[in-house]
Design a binder for this molecule. Structure first.
Ligand SMILES: [Zn+2]
Length: 252
């Protein structure tokens, strides 16, 4: 643990990569783990471009948006925000679409799989509030369009947003230390960022509850809860008082 903390403190360009494990610690379900969100339903059928405009699609994403409103960032999100404020963390790349990193105050966040802060028309791109589905607005209100409204996320089978992806690659290329948290590293191209970090000679640290196929590339691997480890890191770097204040202030 001491070495782990030193690596973070001594880094010149620390970049964090986060996945579903970051969100499950806020109580959000992980659709890839057993018993998760997709249990009993085929994710490729609902979260696919072909499903846009079907009742299943609207119902599913309405549920996910409502789910976000019932949960909030956890202590781990806030520790990452603090690391950024102190100039240690330079960028955060996430697979998560919950927007919790921004909610906790992190500025430089690249959401490679998009987000659900608002909805967009699938044809003309007109923006709608995230509450549109709840208000029974499922189709574009533009008379000449009327196409289904969708979240601006990357569905199965859709390409990543090239600007977001290019930024993510650039950040990893600039990094000298990469901290990977809560991702099983099984989804490409995201997992490829860790391989890229290895190729460019970065130190790699992984925190994940279970082992990942890329653990062998890492300098340090911890199979633990992310918020537990980040709490230890924060206490060590910023002190007990700061940590106690954080917990009290954000009620996490
Ligand atoms: Zn439209």
């Amino acid at each position: 643990m001491k070495e782990f903390i030193e690596l973070i403190q001594n880094s010149n360009h620390l970049v964090a990569l986060t996945g579903a494990g970051m969100s499950t610690e806020s109580g959000l379900p992980d659709f890839r783990s057993q018993g998760g969100l997709w249990c009993g339903r085929d994710p490729y059928e609902i979260a696919s471009p072909q499903a846009i405009g079907t009742d299943d699609f609207f119902e599913f994403y309405q549920m996910r948006i409502e789910d976000l409103l019932k949960h909030k960032p956890n202590i781990g999100h806030y520790v990452l925000t603090k690391l950024e404020k102190e100039g240690i963390l330079k960028a955060l790349l996430t697979q998560n679409i919950d927007g919790f990193h921004q909610l906790s105050g992190t500025q430089r966040v690249i959401e490679v799989h998009g987000h659900m802060r608002y909805l967009v028309c699938s044809r003309c791109g007109k923006e709608y509030p995230a509450t549109a589905y709840r208000q029974c607005t499922y189709y574009c209100t533009d008379e000449n369009c009327k196409a289904p409204i969708r979240p601006p996320i990357v569905l199965f089978g859709e390409p990543l947003d090239s600007d977001a992806w290019d930024s993510a690659v650039q950040e990893v290329e600039q990094a000298d230390t990469v901290l990977v948290m809560g991702t099983s590293l099984q989804v490409y191209p995201f997992a490829g960022l860790v391989e890229l970090a290895h190729e460019t000679g970065s130190k790699i640290m992984i925190i994940n509850k279970t082992s990942t196929p890329l653990d062998y590339l890492a300098d340090h691997v911890i199979h633990e809860s992310i918020s537990k480890i980040l709490s230890e890191i924060a206490t060590s770097i910023f002190g007990n008082d700061w940590f106690a204040h954080l917990k009290e202030h954000n009620q996490v």
